[in-house]
Design a binder for this molecule. Structure first.
Ligand SMILES: C[S@@+](CC[C@H](N)C(=O)[O-])C[C@H]1O[C@@H](n2cnc3c(N)ncnc32)[C@H](O)[C@@H]1O
Length: 213
């Protein structure tokens, strides 16, 4: 990538950080309905799959996954937004769960190669400005026998839904900071991951991918 491309990426990343810093105090209320109707079941499903001791959660947000961490694991959790990390820290303290929480950008991770046995995300790659770069970094820090577990919403492959999602994506980005037109399977593959399984959790829009590096 040239200097201009890198600068544009930096600007987008900074905008994302600011947006999530702004949303942080409201995030749990905004997500309340989704959480009650389906999301917390999906979280349980996601974390029941995770194998390995050293786990990296990316985009921890306010820490909604923390109740689902398994007691045998050592979790490091990162987020681009310092205010999200502050909220996640409060939740971890309230639940008495030990988590190594850090402000960090998934597109440029401050971890050595092969540092983790498992990587988990939920609804994160919709807002990462360069998702392929982010997945490349995750592949680098995952040990070769490890797995990535990605619960993500993606662009539908059904024509009508796809066209609608593409058409309203700019508005959704402005309002929520989330892209609803992400081709996450292709992005994972472009970053060098091999998809082991892909499950539809809701229509063909909310997916759970398990991938190896
Ligand atoms: C929609 S929220 C999801 C939060 C949480 N995973 C959940 O399930 O409730 C997306 C989160 O990803 C974080 N995020 C966005 N871009 C990121 C990046 N480049 N690196 C790390 N975290 C990022 C945001 O700050 C935000 O907390």
């Amino acid at each position: 990538m040239g200097d201009a491309g890198r600068k544009a990426g930096d600007v987008k990343t900074e905008q994302t950080r600011r947006r999530y810093d702004r949303i942080a105090p409201l995030y749990d209320s905004m997500e309340w309905l989704a959480e009650r109707s389906a999301m917390s079941d999906w979280r349980e499903e996601l974390w029941s799959r995770v194998e390995g001791k050293r786990v990296l959660e990316v985009g921890v947000g306010t820490g909604k996954n923390i109740p689902f961490y398994s007691s045998g694991t050592r979790v490091t959790a990162i987020d681009l937004s310092p205010r999200m990390i502050t909220r996640a820290r409060k939740r971890a303290e309230a639940l008495k769960v030990e988590v190594d929480l850090r402000v960090m950008d998934v597109q440029s991770l401050d971890f050595p190669d092969q540092a983790f046995d498992a990587i988990v995300t939920s609804c994160v790659f919709c807002s990462v400005p360069d998702p392929v770069r982010g997945f490349e970094e995750l592949r680098r820090v995952l040990r070769p026998e490890g797995r990535g577990y990605f619960l993500e919403h993606v662009l539908s492959e059904r024509r009508g839904a796809r066209q609608l999602m593409e058409a309203i994506n700019p508005m959704v980005v402005r309002m929520m900071g989330a892209n609803i037109d992400r081709r996450t399977r292709q992005n994972l593959e472009r970053a060098g991951f091999t998809i082991e399984s892909e499950e539809d959790l809701w229509l063909d829009i909310v997916k759970l991918y398990v991938a190896r590096p």
